[in-house]
Design a protein around this ligand. Sequence first.
Ligand SMILES: C[S@@+](CC[C@H](N)C(=O)[O-])C[C@H]1O[C@@H](n2cnc3c(N)ncnc32)[C@H](O)[C@@H]1O
Length: 294
Amino acid sequence: MEIRAAIINLPGAPERLFCLAVLSAIIRSVSNADPRHIFPGYSKRMRLLDKNGISRPQPLELFSTAAQKRIESLKCYHELPKTECRVVLGDARRLNRLLIEPVHLIVTNPPYISSIRYLETMKLEMSWLGMLSSQSDYLALDRQVVGSERYYKSEYSRLLQTGREQVDRLTSALHAAGHLKMSYTVARFFLDLEESIKGMSAVLCAGGHLVVKISDSRVRGHDVPTSRFFSEIAACFGLFELASFPDKIGGRSLLTRRNCRRYYSHVDLDVHPHPHSSQGKGTTPVHEALISCY
Ligand SMILES: C[S@@+](CC[C@H](N)C(=O)[O-])C[C@H]1O[C@@H](n2cnc3c(N)ncnc32)[C@H](O)[C@@H]1O
């Protein structure tokens, strides 16, 4: 608490944000949450350690080491040509309202369907960053994330249509098999994905690139070819697939076990003429890049 209070009182915004990011990186190791667990919680193991008086890492020491490590890593940026960076905070589904200037490159890694409870894994860090202040904040935000499964029965009892034939065929099959919530979750996911693809297409310059890391899923015994659906939706917005690089990621490198079968990296080429750009088709050097809208 003392470290956080000192950070909040720092006069400069960049220093304050840097220190908050460092604090969020160490908070798990100095809290009651079991660092061996993905979802934060005071486990039996931690209770036992406390009961036996096993000492925990000292917050100030850990903070100082973590800050120093990051300052060292950031030094290399001074050797790069002068580059301007801006962090824009917002919803990926509202991208075209967040960015005014067109970009040449988007690199992104959208959420997985029904696989990782993103907010639950991060709620401790987000609370310490001041982004969540109550359980109702948490529940409201959790309903908003793409890939959420926190829906009301009144929402998922009806079959949600996306207007995409292949997606609707899959969600109808899930619905017919009695997996109403999963049917809704998948439909909602692709509707949300479509919103963000629309935004990405609107902000990309002609000849720009969209690089997406995406993977297929399996839900309730049904394969969800997310990468193929992504390419099909993207093509409707003028983003055509240039190349894809299948890449199997070993389970050991994952934070949580995923219900995914294949891991893909996709490179898509945008060839549609953009209203902000006078350039024609083909590739362009990257001047403005948006690194991760997810
Ligand atoms: C697969 S992770 C990628 C995280 C990070 N970009 C990376 O590559 O390591 C997807 C991220 O998208 C975030 N997300 C979910 N809904 C979002 C939304 N509407 N707008 C922006 N990000 C969202 C999730 O919280 C999660 O952190």
